[in-house]
Design a protein around this ligand. Sequence first.
Ligand code: ADP
Ligand code: MG
Length: 294
Amino acid sequence: MAEPFIHAENLAFTYKGSGGADDIPALNGITLDIQKGEFVAILGHNGSGKSTFAKLLNLILEPTGGTLSVAGFDLSKGDLSEDDLIALRRRVGMVFQNPDNQLVATIVEDDVAFGPENLGVPMPELRERVDEALAAVGMSEFSQREPHHLSGGQKQRVAIAGILAMKPECVVFDEATAMLDPVGRKEVLDTIRRLNREDGMTVIHITHYMNEAALADRIVVLNDGAILMQGTPDEVFSRRNELRAVGLEVPQCAELIHRLREAGIPVSGQSVSSLEGCAEQILKCFAKEGRDNG
Ligand code: ADP
Ligand code: MG
């Protein structure tokens, strides 16, 4: 099997307390592989270590324990050259919560060009990359607009285009939909899914929206700096009580299945993370009931 794109073993990170303050251990004993092309969602309540994990992946923070390799670079030795760091950040892009903090230029296409231009991408390739990236997020017709006149979802899509123009293999979205309205969230999530499905981009999506996590290939749940559980959305959302215990709700359809079972209705399938799966199980259950009674 090919080497995983991300390989973490006993990964740890502690924020050093300054001025006599205590150290804050943010992550401890994280062992996790993420394969190229995977769509992984990361869940966990505030302070569970999600953003710290994201920042380790392109060396915004440096591991304080364990090992971490990303895109073939060993990030835990502390000896990455400046050139390798640039190569790493080109291959692993980050999109953060607030689109306003990520836009730097006064015209949309200049903003998208900013990253690749800094990497030294020459014309006419720069032009091509900007056009492609704007098309990929459905923002071509806004190329001459001023970013501050756009909606939140549109701004976030421009921020994503700026990352795409660097042709990354992996993009980490750290609550990139958290500040958006429902329409903006859908725009951004559709974009993320298409990049994963059609272009094979590895996606790490940190979110507290359960219905967004339900779309991932795999969910990793963090709690108190450690991995509490991981599995497919169906596997993870079946463990409703354990999630509840750490302050996480399951998607509404999974909650419905759970409550039906609690009420003694024998809904038996494993598929709890999609509306279609839940509906099918409930219908099967009633069909069986009908047969049993008739
Ligand atoms: P999440 O993204 O899941 O909310 P974080 O990774 O931001 O969690 O935080 C994990 C832990 O590290 C928390 O206890 C948080 O208070 C602490 N922390 C985060 N950033 C810093 C920082 N810059 N300095 C000190 N402690 C921090
Ligand atoms: Mg965070």
